[in-house]
Structure formats: structure tokens, C-alpha cells
Ligand binder design. Structure first.
Ligand code: ZN
Length: 159
């Protein structure tokens, strides 16, 4: 449901055997996208999930934009997934359990599945972030341990 709706708005992704690519446009315009969920009375603007669009299998990623003065209307937690919030613009506050932190561009916050969380925009600009969620404890190896250099030559096409 999500996939069709987002693909209709953003354009169907370009896919190959090992990749899927889509263009969402600039973060500043992310509120052009509407997320419709069956249990919500109206569509949410400025929230885009990528798992279904790109066929992600180990993580969910969302682009988020909150207008000035707006905030999440409730606390939430997760059953299995930890979340990483990467703030890209604006200023606001983030609540994690009983603590409140100021956040701005460059703030990154990891929250364990059972952490109660919410965030709000306290600035005059949009508050934008990318949220990545993945099953806590599922990563076997990361960073350079998982990458392998290929012997085939790197050949870009001529422009
Ligand atoms: Zn969440």
C-alpha cells in the first residue's frame, strides 16, 4: 500500500539485480509526500518510508520534516528495532525516557527499542531528520570489516 502510494508520488524506482534507486527531491520539499495509513484519520505530510519503495530487507529508513511549532503528539517505543535519528536541519528538543535534549543539525541519537521517545520543533525553520531502524543486536559486522575490494577495474562512462 505504502509502496504504490509513494511510487505514485515519487516515481517508480529504477531497479536492477542488486540495486533500487529513487529520487525523492530535496529535504526541504519532503512534505509534498503524504503517508496514508489505514488506522489514521488523515494523511501525514512530510514522512516518507523507504523500506517498501526500495525493497530494504534489514532496515527501515524514513525522511521526516516537521514544520515550526510542530511535534510528535505521543511517545512511542519499539518491540525489536533500535532507532538512529540523524538531524539535518532546524532546532528542537528530543525526549528520551525522562530526559530532554536540545537537538540541531548534526545531532545524532540512538534509542534502544524499549526507550520512550518523542521530538518537537522549537525553531522557526523546518526540523528535518532521517530515522533508521533495524533489529537491535542483529549486526554481525560493520564498517570496513564487511566491505570487500573488488579486483575488476573501475570504469566510468565518458561524459
Ligand atoms: Zn520509531
Amino acid at each position: 500500500m505504502n509502496t504504490q502510494s509513494l511510487a505514485a508520488q515519487a516515481g517508480a524506482p529504477v531497479t536492477g539485480e542488486t540495486f533500487a534507486l529513487a529520487h525523492l527531491g530535496p529535504m526541504a520539499g519532503i512534505d509534498q509526500y503524504k503517508l496514508e495509513l489505514p488506522f489514521l484519520p488523515r494523511a501525514i505530510r512530510g514522512k516518507v518510508f523507504l523500506k517498501d519503495l526500495l525493497g530494504l530487507t534489514s532496515m527501515e529508513v524514513s525522511f521526516n520534516k516537521l514544520p515550526p511549532g510542530a511535534g510528535m503528539p505521543f511517545l512511542h517505543r519499539h518491540r525489536k528495532n533500535e532507532e538512529l535519528y540523524i538531524f539535518l536541519g532546524g532546532k528542537g528538543q528530543f525526549m528520551a525516557d525522562d530526559q530532554v535534549f536540545d537537538i540541531e543539525e548534526g545531532s545524532v541519537i540512538r534509542v534502544a527499542p524499549n526507550g520512550a521517545r518523542a521530538w518537537r520543533n522549537t525553531s522557526d525553520e523546518p526540523l528535518t531528520c532521517i530515522v533508521i531502524q533495524a533489529v537491535a543486536g542483529s549486526m554481525a559486522q560493520g564498517t570496513i570489516e564487511d566491505g570487500e575490494r573488488l579486483e575488476q577495474p573501475l570504469a566510468w562512462p565518458e561524459n
